[in-house]
Design a protein around this ligand. Structure first.
Ligand code: APR
Length: 239
């Protein structure tokens, strides 16, 4: 492991599952209870904005009652302590999650590629503003005053955020680690192949083999609160 300098980590809903936030595609997951086409596309928002806003108001309220778990904490610790172990070494955390549990655990070099529940995006003036309250009652945008706020969530058919930064960090990565994601949604699911193309080692940490498992050099299966802290400990102790 000593040749590893820059680490890129991709997380998905599985990292927050043990904090009590539903995943999407597991049994009992969100997409079993709601149709993607009804709540998570720009077309759904145009057709029935109240249904979409009610769904995200519920989710936004729910995540504010949840706490980061041992996996979030371990990843924040890795970012803080890795440069002590490997001078100049970096940890970039790319998350598909729209909760703020990585932020609250202390991760700083963090990219929310699918947006954030605790932001609203004004479709009139294009400002993004921190937002914790409901959007259903169509509040005015704090920046321009127009009641045109929508959830700052990347819906199906929209472009994920900061892809240039993500590919930039991927090009520098010596190790790519995918945690708690089914590998069902692109472009996130394709990052492992990009990592292989630049010669990075690839590791999957997930409850079970993901759809992309075959692309990884190594896979460790188990709950994130166990496998992630164990892996971080190994990295920091030079294992
Ligand atoms: N520990 C580790 N992994 C877990 C745990 C756990 N406790 N619980 C579930 N998992 C794994 C599941 O086995 C599954 O492979 O997490 C993965 C969750 O997969 P999805 O529900 O598909 O979530 P994700 O991969 O984040 O979805 C990607 O899809 O709907 C969109 O935009 C949404 O960002 C989301 C994207």
């Amino acid at each position: 492991m000593t040749s590893i300098r820059n680490i890129m980590i991709l997380t998905g809903a599985g990292v927050s599952a043990e904090s009590g936030i539903d995943t999407f595609r597991d049994s009992g997951g969100l997409w079993e209870k709601h149709r993607v086409e009804d709540v998570a596309t720009p077309e759904a928002f145009a057709r029935d904005p109240e249904l979409v806003l009610r769904f995200y108001d519920m989710r936004r309220a729910a995540i504010q009652t949840k706490q980061p778990n041992a996996a979030h904490a371990a990843l924040a610790r890795l970012e803080a302590e890795w440069p002590e172990r490997v001078p100049g070494g970096t940890v970039t955390l790319v998350t598909q999650n729209v909760d703020d549990l990585h932020d609250r655990a202390g991760s700083r070099n963090l990219i929310h590629m699918h947006g954030e529940h605790l932001n609203a995006w004004c479709t009139a003036c294009d400002e993004r503003v921190p937002w914790r309250a409901p959007l259903l009652d169509r509040p005015a945008c704090p920046a321009c005053g127009v009641p045109a706020l929508r959830p700052d969530i990347v819906w199906f058919g929209e472009m994920p955020y900061r892809m240039e930064d993500i590919y930039g960090a991927l090009r520098e990565a010596d190790l790519f680690v995918s945690i708690g994601t089914s590998g069902a949604v692109y472009p996130a699911a394709g990052l492992v192949r990009g990592a292989r193309d630049v010669g990075a080692r690839t590791l999957e940490l997930n409850l079970e083999p993901s759809q992309g498992s075959a692309w990884f050099d190594e896979a460790r299966h188990g709950p994130a609160t166990q496998v992630v802290p164990a892996w971080v400990e190994e990295m920091l102790s030079g294992g």
